[in-house]
Ligand binder design. Structure first.
Ligand code: BGC
Length: 272
């Protein structure tokens, strides 16, 4: 059964909530990363993908128009004509990208909502920062679920993304990856890409992560750190090596957090 026919088959009496009407709360998320653009249909009741996740290589250079074309191709692979939430590794204000630290500089000043709206005509589009999306996904379905207080999620990849959430409410566009820590930008010190480029062992890399977390815990006094990105798959190798007073846990949604968070953002309509 296709996504559309599945949704059509779940019609029920207005106001009556059944298991089948609940499972109809679906929407589409796309996560634009430095090397891959990933998308999938998300069940918003469970935070799980309905069917496959699709990935297409990020075009190089990742200019706004090149990325928009890939996003359109990716969405067209699915039987879905509803709203689409999209992440970008940029500060997003009112649908416009304001920064482009690890992506083509042509994004700065691009009205991303209008751009994606152009290639996905007639649909509701919401564009959010990638780490904010991952943070909200972890908050709703993952390691941040039911956690009271201030939660800081950090994604370790090419750069470091951040999301700050208090009692379920996101403070958008925090950009702690660019905080100066001991004379160096946090993401130039402790991103996963630094570990890879310098061929650092977990033991060599972990103190840099600790230093970044220490700076953040002194400034924000969070109740929990959630660490995400590809390196969270190996969390048991490095979380025990951290020396911080705040509890640190691994993200649980792994490679779907951005997709799920993007879908959540377009569903709730909450966008910075
Ligand atoms: C960008 C952030 C982004 C993070 C992770 C940083 O360099 O400034 O906006 O969330 O990388 O992709």
């Amino acid at each position: 059964m296709t996504a559309q026919t599945a949704a059509a088959g779940t019609a029920a009496m207005p106001g009556v909530t059944t298991a089948s009407t609940r499972s109809a709360r679906r929407t589409f998320g796309v996560d634009v990363g430095g090397s891959g653009i990933k998308g999938g249909l998300v069940d918003l009741d469970t935070g799980e993908l309905v069917g496959e996740r699709t990935r297409i290589d990020t075009p190089q250079p990742a200019t706004p128009h090149a990325v928009a074309d890939v996003v359109a191709t990716l969405v067209a692979n699915f039987d879905w004509d509803g709203p689409v939430g999209i992440t970008l590794p940029c500060v997003i204000k009112g649908g416009t990208a304001r920064t482009a630290a690890n992506v083509d500089p042509g994004w700065i000043g691009t009205d991303a909502t209008a751009l994606f709206g152009g290639v996905l005509a007639g649909r509701k589009i919401t564009v959010v920062n990638d780490a904010d999306a991952a943070g909200m996904a972890e908050n709703c379905y993952g390691a941040g679920k039911d956690v009271d207080g201030v939660v800081v999620l950090l994604t370790f990849g090419t750069g470091i993304g951040s999301a700050v959430i208090q009692d379920g409410v996101l403070l958008p566009n925090t950009e702690f990856g660019h905080l100066e820590v001991d004379g160096k930008e946090a993401e130039h010190r402790a991103a996963a890409s630094v570990k890879e480029e310098k061929d650092l062992s977990w033991k060599e890399w972990a103190p840099h992560v600790s230093l970044v977390l220490r700076r953040l815990e002194d400034l924000l006094w969070p109740d929990l750190f959630i660490v995400g990105g590809g390196v969270s798959r190996k969390a048991d190798k490095w979380i025990p090596l951290l020396d911080n007073r705040t509890p640190v846990v691994a993200a649980t949604l792994r490679n779907t957090a951005g997709i799920v968070g993007a879908a959540l953002a377009v569903d709730t309509g909450v966008a910075p």
